[in-house]
Design a protein around this ligand. Sequence first.
Ligand code: DC
Length: 228
Amino acid sequence: MGQVVTIDGPAGAGKSTVARKLAERLGWHFLDTGAMYRAVTLAAIRAGIDLGDEPSRARLVGEVCVELTPDSVRLDGVDVSAAIRSLEVTRATGTLADSPSVRASLREWQRTFARDRNVVTEGRDQGTVVFPDAFRKFFLTASDEERALRRLDDYRAQGHTEAGDLDSVLREIQDRDARDTARVIAPMRPAADAIVIDSTGLGVEDVVEVMMEAIRRADAKVPTEART
Ligand code: DC
């Protein structure tokens, strides 16, 4: 197993942007686990299965192949990086993320990804369930209002004019938080040994710097050169 840094936290906290930048700074690989859940959800929608039916979900996750390359997400060999960001997929992913069989498969895919390389991973359960022995763990959050504003900006940048106004995006992320927190398997929560960072009012570089400092403190010998 390579070295692992985990970043968990709620929707809109800036995990992906921060994790990508941190991975660049360290020269490590970036693992976007939300993209994996989204890709499986896209496959389920395309296959027309009942998203809440566990036997169908178990069968589907056993049949699909999801790969993350440095700049794309692939479903059965096809680039689905844009398709997994649609509102339809965003809204349906919570249902697939509740599935025990989907979570079990993705946990193994994630561990395999980190088997022989150093990884900065982000999601909801990375420090608590998937990588309990991670080298350094963070839980990144921000106020509900700031997260809703960031999410609305993302939607607009992606051209999702049907996303609604700030109030509806706020309600949507609060619903997702409630669902992610209440989940029986792998609920979203900070690991006991995670450093909690509230990014309200902080820029991406500020957050990355706080993390770099914590990583330096954790181990002065952390490898920061070439990707392994
Ligand atoms: O971080 P994101 O918005 O791309 O995540 C998409 C969905 O996947 C969201 O509903 C939470 C879920 N998810 C999860 O349950 N566990 C993870 N490790 C990552 C994401």
